[in-house]
Write a protein that binds this ligand. Structure first.
Ligand SMILES: *[C@@H]1O[C@H](CO)[C@@H](O)[C@H](O)[C@H]1NC(C)=O
Ligand SMILES: *[C@@H]1O[C@H](CO)[C@@H](O)[C@H](O)[C@H]1NC(C)=O
Length: 431
């Protein structure tokens, strides 16, 4: 066995046994493979409509429903059918008994009521009590706080909210004998200013680090990858990359086992000023890429739309070794995104460095309906394959011959397939 592999297995073993001894997340499956479920993706048309029925529960260790709202300081469902969604997600445990279902509050558009609620002791007390009551009513396993983003002025109330939630969750677990409700948070940059690392390390079970959206057509008139693993040659002005940000959170005092590396299952793109003639990282751009035909978002396409457009528009794909991430371009558009190889590299980097796991934003942007011919959920399957211990003596039996990957995600010939990824009906070579 090559030494890095032995080391890796030891790290995985060590981190899981440490958690088990502390009895913290005894029931959480490690490493984390968290999945955000977005309750608005059901409204997309045709095959792109994503519902609980579309989820493969073996691909996630937890699923967080984004988002609930806060109404009169109480935790409240946002969509008309959220309660039905919770039931369907909880029922997925019949297939994957270790699966945990969380509920997320906040997000970019719903952070204001979160801040208002947290600003008074009475608001927090109402919220904490309603969270316990409702999470138990819906048979959910915990709460995920996506405050985007706490600034220095919010530091005290953000920490206080988390502390009061954690204390109340512990008290309720002692009183009822039920497993304690889990508490997570999604965070971005330390420089947002409102984080107290030592306090967060005490209160949180899971810290989801949003290491994406680091560049986007909103800030610059030149292209750049939104989620580079490492610093690239064009990052002089902005040191932002996955490695840098993950290390900052470790330095802030959060234990690595709680830190999860966020994987974006979408890309961010621009229209090129000089067409394919100038396509490298930092090439000049005129503005955001055309709106997604599926999600309606400006400047961002889900992974399935990217792989489909790469074939239809005969795009060129470059895997940039410096940043360990891919981008695709034609004579007009450019998009930086995470493909099977990038996702695999990041997941292995996470394991090598002893972090607690990865999570994806979000389920509905992977190719869950097999638009590109890679099988359903090719990116989540890449995560699973990268975290799975190598099978000792198991032989994988394919019911159909090996399916070749479309050209756009085939790595250079120097890289050979390391294993075969099993899908229900076919086998796909896995790099
Ligand atoms: C990137 O492009 C911008 C805009 O064209 C330019 O100002 C900047 O100097 C470039 N950065 C590097 C490192 O070349
Ligand atoms: C963070 O919390 C864990 C227990 O959850 C503890 O073992 C670790 O020492 C803490 N880290 C710091 C820097 O306080």
């Amino acid at each position: 066995m090559p030494r890095p592999l032995v080391l890796l297995l030891c790290l995985v073993y060590l981190s899981s046994s440490i958690l088990a001894i502390q009895g913290l997340d005894a029931e959480l499956e490690l490493p984390h493979r968290g999945c955000y479920y977005t309750n608005w993706a059901q409204y997309r048309s045709g095959m792109a409509s994503h519902k609980p029925e579309n989820i493969d529960p073996t691909l996630c260790t937890w699923i967080a429903v984004a988002f609930a709202k806060i109404d009169q300081n109480e935790l409240t469902p946002l969509e008309w059918n959220d309660e039905g969604t919770f039931t369907k997600l909880v029922n997925l445990k019949t297939v994957n008994p270790k699966l945990k279902i969380l509920l997320s509050i906040g997000g970019w558009t719903l952070t204001k009521p979160l801040v208002e609620m947290s600003s008074t002791a009475a608001g927090r007390a109402t919220f904490v009590a309603s969270s316990i009551k409702n999470l138990r009513k819906w048979a959910l396993d915990g709460l995920d706080v996506d405050w985007e983003f706490p600034h220095a002025a919010d530091k005290a109330i953000f920490s206080t909210l988390l502390m009061e939630l954690r204390d109340a969750f512990e008290k309720e677990a002692k009183e009822t004998g039920k497993p304690r409700l889990l508490l997570g948070a999604a965070v971005h940059l330390i420089s947002d200013g409102g984080f107290d690392g030592a306090s967060m390390n005490r209160t949180l079970d899971i810290v989801n680090v949003m290491v994406y959206d680091l560049e986007g057509p909103w800030d610059v008139a030149s292209v750049g990858h939104q989620a580079p693993l490492f610093k690239g040659p064009f990052s002089q002005e902005s040191p932002l990359n996955v490695e840098f940000i993950m290390r900052e959170w470790v330095a802030a005092g959060i234990s690595k086992a709680k830190l999860l590396l966020g994987l974006p299952l979408y890309g961010r793109g621009w229209l090129l000023t000089d067409g394919a003639a100038s396509h490298g990282l930092n090439a000049s751009a005129t503005g955001p890429i055309t709106m997604s035909a599926y999600t309606g978002e400006a400047g961002s396409w889900p992974f399935y739309e990217i792989c489909d457009r790469i074939v239809k528009d005969k795009a060129t794909v470059i895997y940039d070794e410096n940043i360990q991430a891919s981008y695709a371009f034609t004579n007009s558009w450019w998009i930086g995104y995470d493909d099977v190889r990038t996702i695999t590299t990041k997941t292995k980097w996470m394991l090598d460095n002893g972090f607690g796991g990865v999570y994806v934003w979000d389920l509905a942007q992977d190719d869950f309906f097999d638009l590109c011919g890679l099988g359903r959920y090719p990116l989540l399957k890449a995560v699973l394959a990268a975290t799975a211990a190598p099978p000792a003596t198991t032989t994988i039996t394919c019911t159909q011959p090996l399916k070749e990957l479309p050209e756009m995600i085939i790595p250079p010939p120097s890289i050979k397939p390391t294993s075969t990824l099993l899908h229900t009906s076919q086998c796909v070579p896995f790099y």
